[in-house]
Ligand binder design. Sequence first.
Ligand code: NDP
Ligand SMILES: Nc1nc2c(c(=O)[nH]1)N=C([C@H](O)[C@@H](O)CO)CN2
Length: 240
Amino acid sequence: MGNTKTRPILITGGGRRIGLALAHHFLSQQQPVIISYRTLYPAIEQLTAAGALCIQADFSSDEGVLAFADIVKEKTQGLRAIIHNAGDWVGEKPGVALPDVLSRMLQIHVHAPYLLNHALERLLRGFGHAASDIIHFTDYVVECGSDKHIAYAASKAALDNMTRSFARKLAPEVKVNAIAPALILFNDDDDAEYRQQALNKSLMKIAPGEKEIIDLVDYLLTSCYVTGRTFGVDGGRPLR
Ligand SMILES: NC(=O)C1=CN([C@@H]2O[C@H](COP(=O)(O)OP(=O)(O)OC[C@H]3O[C@@H](n4cnc5c(N)ncnc54)[C@H](OP(=O)(O)O)[C@@H]3O)[C@@H](O)[C@H]2O)C=CC1
Ligand SMILES: Nc1nc2c(c(=O)[nH]1)N=C([C@H](O)[C@@H](O)CO)CN2
């Protein structure tokens, strides 16, 4: 099996919000962490000081994704897990070219996870039954679509489907699951009217914050049986 505490957990987009919270969570448990970051936030220096290996990467091209994978392979012989947190929430808006929206959404939510899972497969294998994990962060809208984020929803739906494909490919050494959040965190520029509208879309009427995701990630990492599944973290939104 190997000591899972020696193999790092790789988190893409670890420089802010959910990815950053996950990185600090694992570091607090003496679990080694590798993160990708695009923007050099102050948080990156803090993560480095806390012991994380922070690798700059822009996944807007396949070359950028594969270059990142090459660096990861130089830095470690094994991975405990890959958490595909990096994502971009872009809607269809006047003045924004539709081909650019579609390719940008597919690049970060489909190309990056697809290429990284293949490129890093070797680092996940060889440690025994259910010894490694891949977790895809999708979205509640995979179930129902979105009239304002069509390309985003389609790209997350592709990522959801890849969860089952990679689960078939990598079992039983590697479990592959998805987490499909609805509102978890607001963005700083969300105004009061938007915030109230968003809260009213679920039964629970809260934006729960990062811990809701962290707790589910912890569960998935401890399972020896669950794979190929998507877990909604959506406050009962489908029932509204
Ligand atoms: N927050 C929420 O309520 C919800 C979140 N989710 C999903 O959960 C995940 C985390 O959400 P959240 O923390 O809010 O995400 P954020 O949008 O706050 O951050 C996303 C991260 O991904 C990185 N990233 C985006 N595009 C690229 C790229 N082309 N190359 C490299 N890195 C990139 C960003 O880097 P940089 O900071 O440099 O731009 C950032 O670190 C995402 O996949 C999101 O889709 C799903 C539903 C709801
Ligand atoms: N990469 C991101 N994806 C998403 C975000 C975000 O801030 N960054 N936010 C949402 C919304 O919270 C949405 O779930 C509200 O209904 C979706 N995806």
